[in-house]
Design a protein. Structure first.
Length: 234
């Protein structure tokens, strides 16, 4: 997984403690393609829709992450420990952006732009691995409550490996647009819709007609050969 991709995933998951439910839609542009990510939050539960075919459910309390394959009516359950191992492995192969990002601070550039009718100010953070640019709306309605709610979707087991990539506690307002540059690539994520309407519990549960698929050994999943235990024979 490359650095921009990892950062976007973590950004999506780091978007839960404020009262009320939240639905957020982002337009994601990069590598010549445009896609949409829908994030829904209800208490300690999160639902992330990256494509119509794949939906991810996250339980903040347990750290479990469920990936629903909608067309096949199947799902994969990844425990908190396996989730942490996957993020650690992604960091390993991408140069561990979190380790470098946490050394730099979010700084205002003074640049301003109107985004969806709200004035947004640019804040940036740079490290050897990547450059992050956030266009933050200081006067967005209920921005403080929304930003607080976008704090902790990420499972607690990920906190250590994800720290430094993105921390909403640093933000003075709501980031309407995020630009991440790394390895000569640029990914732009723009919030296009925010709703605080009540959400059904069913949206955060696996449909009854879905069947569970067992997750293979993590080393096999990542294409690594398991280490051979030493022989006990004399």
């Amino acid at each position: 997984m490359n650095v921009p991709g990892l950062s976007l995933i973590i950004t999506a998951f780091l978007l839960v403690t404020a009262r009320g439910d939240l639905s957020l839609v982002q337009k994601v542009e990069g590598s010549g393609s445009v896609s949409q990510i829908t994030i829904k939050l209800k208490g300690d539960k999160a639902r992330v829709e990256v494509t119509p075919q794949v939906t991810t459910l996250i339980d903040r309390k347990t750290g479990d992450m469920l990936t629903l394959m909608n067309a096949q009516k199947k799902f994969v359950r990844i425990s908190a420990d396996k989730s942490k191992a996957i993020v650690e492995m992604a960091n390993k192969y991408s140069g561990d952006p979190a380790a470098t990002a946490e050394k730099s601070m979010l700084k205002p550039t003074g640049k301003k732009e109107m985004i969806h009718g709200y004035e947004a100010e640019e804040y940036v953070r740079e490290s050897p691995a990547l450059k992050e640019s956030y266009w933050i709306a200081l006067q967005y309605p209920d921005s403080a409550a929304i930003v607080k709610q976008l704090q902790s979707v990420i499972p607690a087991a990920w906190n250590e490996v994800a720290k430094g990539v993105l921390d909403f506690r640093d933000f003075p307002g709501l980031p309407l647009r995020t630009i991440i540059k790394a390895d000569g690539k640029e990914i732009i994520s723009t919030i296009t819709s925010i709703k605080q309407d009540a959400l059904s519990d069913a949206e955060f549960s696996v449909p009854k007609d879905f069947q569970e698929l067992k997750v293979p050994n993590l080393q096999e999943l990542l294409g690594e050969k398991p280490s051979v235990a030493p022989s006990t024979k004399p």
